[in-house]
Design a protein around this ligand. Structure first.
Ligand code: XMP
Length: 327
């Protein structure tokens, strides 16, 4: 199939009318491309793959097979939300795979950040390919490729992972219904498709997930401390009107313990670092200025509700010199 490009004169999609027109156009195109064949999609729950899923459910319904791989490094409530939205509400054909043990066993003792990324990426493809091989009659692979991905791969900034990096013998024709859209347009389209706001407008989240926020060798208990503290931070930011205002916010729990006191006893436990950043392009970043009262409350909750944490620190460092993530 010829590579589809964004027309130079294409208007930016900002309204629900424009989004509806785009959706109708893509539904027709996808139906024409796919016919009565089956389409496979790796559904991470991120904005792009979620919008592609919703669009394809509208276009081809049960001919779409979504595979959600839980690598154990997702945020609290994410796998549950994917199942609720796509399986229960949209009646998608969804295969849910809890591969937590597989990933965490492979990652045990691995400290090098790039090696951790490679293991997570490699294992993801392996789990997905295994599932794909169990399915009969799949001819198409849907991807949430967006226009900046194409531009960046053309400029040599990023490798565009065509066909998801699947093994050579697995040949699928690609279905990329949002490939000519910018991120903000994908969100407008997702909104129009009825996806929940917290899915469509969610903050960026790295592919290796909480794995890069549990610096050094990942252990299950420290990973839980990251997941629980992140959930508290997100809940408090949402309650206090900061959701959608702060670009990205999360917690990191390094493999380091310090002395503290809990219930009148010495508690030698981890510290939890809160990172909250403001930026427009993620090339340069400034730390968010947050209300003291709110930070005190968050500190209180994390130190009392998250097992193994006795201290909370705030990261005041801009990028440069620091990057957004710790690994
Ligand atoms: P850094 O840490 O490079 O992060 O300043 C910039 C933005 O990229 C995200 N990030 C990643 N996203 N896989 C991803 O999909 C990764 O390995 C990865 N590392 C960083 C980070 O969350 C931030 O938004």
């Amino acid at each position: 199939m010829a590579e589809i490009r964004r027309p130079d004169d294409m208007a930016r999609i900002t309204t629900s009318e424009q989004a509806e027109a785009f959706i109708q156009e893509q539904v027709d195109l996808v139906r024409k491309q796919v016919g009565n064949k089956k389409v496979l999609l790796a559904l991470s729950g991120g904005v792009d793959s979620s919008v592609v899923a919703a669009l394809l459910i509208k276009a081809v319904g049960q001919q779409l097979v979504c595979v959600h791989v839980n690598h154990g490094l997702l945020r609290k409530g994410e796998p549950e939300q994917v199942i609720e939205v796509f399986k229960n509400q949209m009646k998608a054909n969804l295969i849910y795979i809890d591969a937590t043990d597989r990933f965490l066993d492979k990652l045990a003792g691995v400290t090098d950040p790039e090696k951790k990324r490679m293991i997570i990426g490699g294992e993801f493809i392996e789990v997905f390919a295994e599932e794909a091989r169990k399915l009969d009659g799949i001819e198409f692979l849907a991807q949430g490729t967006i226009w900046p991905d194409i531009l960046e791969s053309e400029n040599g900034i990023k490798a565009h992972h065509n066909a998801g990096g699947l093994p050579e013998d697995m040949k699928f024709e690609l279905v990329e219904p949002v490939r000519i859209l910018f991120k903000d347009e994908v969100r407008v389209v997702g909104n129009q498709l009825g996806l929940p706001a917290n899915m469509v407008y969610r903050q960026p989240f790295p592919g290796p997930g909480l794995g890069v926020r549990c610096p050094g060798a990942i252990t299950r208990d420290r990973l839980e401390a990251v997941r629980e503290s992140d959930a508290i931070l997100r809940e408090e930011f949402a309650k206090n009107g900061l959701e959608g205002k702060i670009w990205q916010y999360f917690t990191v729990v390094p493999d380091f313990k310090s002395t503290g006191i809990k219930d009148g006893k010495r508690a030698f436990e981890w510290c939890c670092i809160v990172r909250a950043i403001c930026t427009t392009d993620v090339m340069t970043v400034t730390p968010a200025q947050l209300p003291y009262e709110l930070m005190s409350h968050i500190t209180d909750r994390i130190t009392h509700e998250v097992p193994g944490v006795n201290r909370v620190l705030y990261d005041f460092t801009p990028k440069p010199t620091a990057t957004v993530e710790y690994e």
